[in-house]
Design a protein around this ligand. Structure first.
Ligand SMILES: [Zn+2]
Length: 294
């Protein structure tokens, strides 16, 4: 998917990032300076109206196919909830140089960070994997507490168990997350292992849990869409938690009810299946493929 003209200008993009940061903060997913956002814009933008200072930076991962492409990226140690008040203080404009090992970082006069997010390697690698078919791409990392808490409970590390339990609590979940939520076991932030596992999981999912850490969401339609799917998944996790502490008295939507929703809204999914028939045809059902490869 690509977004159509008229393309949003820098002011609008900064405002959208600010609104997403604010909403993620309202749902307690950005404690302290946790979380980061990056946005790829595949059209001409002049950074110097907002970001006048330029420096060359070394990139944490080599991305030659991203040469000459531009991104807005949050700074390390910045608070997502504060972006909305003064976006240019917390965000840099980055254009990747030829060869993909360095970039031009444009900073504003009121810039309050020295470096970009420490998870820049994963952000860039995820963008690299998706830019072929789009002119706009958003990656958000946040730390929603219920999703993260459940990743500490061993049963929820199985992607089939995870999805069947989290997506059963409200009708919207399966509509917005038809491929389910991906899961990656704990990896240290900024590591190559985290980067590679995240890229692989986001080929099949819009949202991935980083075990014992948080989540990463991507969208090629809007910044808010990426934060919305975090919110839907977090709401599912919250219901699941409530149910765990209430002696599992809740029923959740049944498989048949979820399939009814999917039929009405033309949603293709493979999580709330019909008996053995779908379980047997693993090739067409990424959720099972993912389990085999991790
Ligand atoms: Zn984090």
């Amino acid at each position: 998917m690509a977004i159509m003209q008229p393309y949003p200008g820098l002011d609008e993009l900064l405002e959208m990032i600010g609104e997403a940061g604010q909403r993620l903060s309202e749902i307690d997913s950005t404690e302290g300076a946790a979380g980061n956002i990056s946005v790829y814009m595949g059209w001409e933008l002049e950074p110097r109206r907002y970001f006048r200072d330029i420096e060359m930076i070394q990139l944490p991962t080599t991305v030659p196919t991203l040469a000459h492409k531009s991104f807005l990226i949050t700074g390390s140690g910045r608070r997502l909830r504060e972006i909305i008040k003064e976006p240019t203080a917390h965000i840099g404009f980055v254009t990747i140089n030829e060869g993909g090992t360095t970039a031009q970082l444009y900073k504003a006069a009121n810039c309050r960070f020295a470096h970009l997010t420490s998870e820049l390697n994963s952000h860039l690698a995820i963008h690299r994997d998706h830019l072929e078919d789009t002119n706009f791409h958003v990656v958000i990392h946040a730390q929603p507490p219920y999703l993260t808490y459940l990743s500490h409970v061993p049963a929820y590390r199985d992607d089939v168990y995870l999805n069947r339990h989290l997506l059963r609590w409200e009708p919207e979940c399966i509509v917005h997350l038809p491929e389910g939520i991906g899961y990656i076991p704990f990896k240290v932030s900024g590591s190559t292992g985290q980067e590679e596992a995240t890229v692989a999981a986001l080929r099949q999912h819009r949202l991935v849990i980083w075990g014992k850490h948080g989540v990463v969401a991507r969208s090629d339609s809007s910044v808010k869409r990426a934060s919305d799917i975090i919110e839907y998944a977090e709401t599912g996790a919250r219901y699941e938690y409530l149910n765990l502490v209430n002696q599992e008295r809740g029923e959740g939507l049944t498989d048949a009810e979820i399939r009814e929703i999917c039929q009405a809204f033309h949603v293709q999914q493979n999580i709330f299946y019909l008996g053995e028939r779908l379980l047997a045809s693993t090739d067409n059902f990424p959720i099972y493929k993912l389990r085999k490869t991790t």
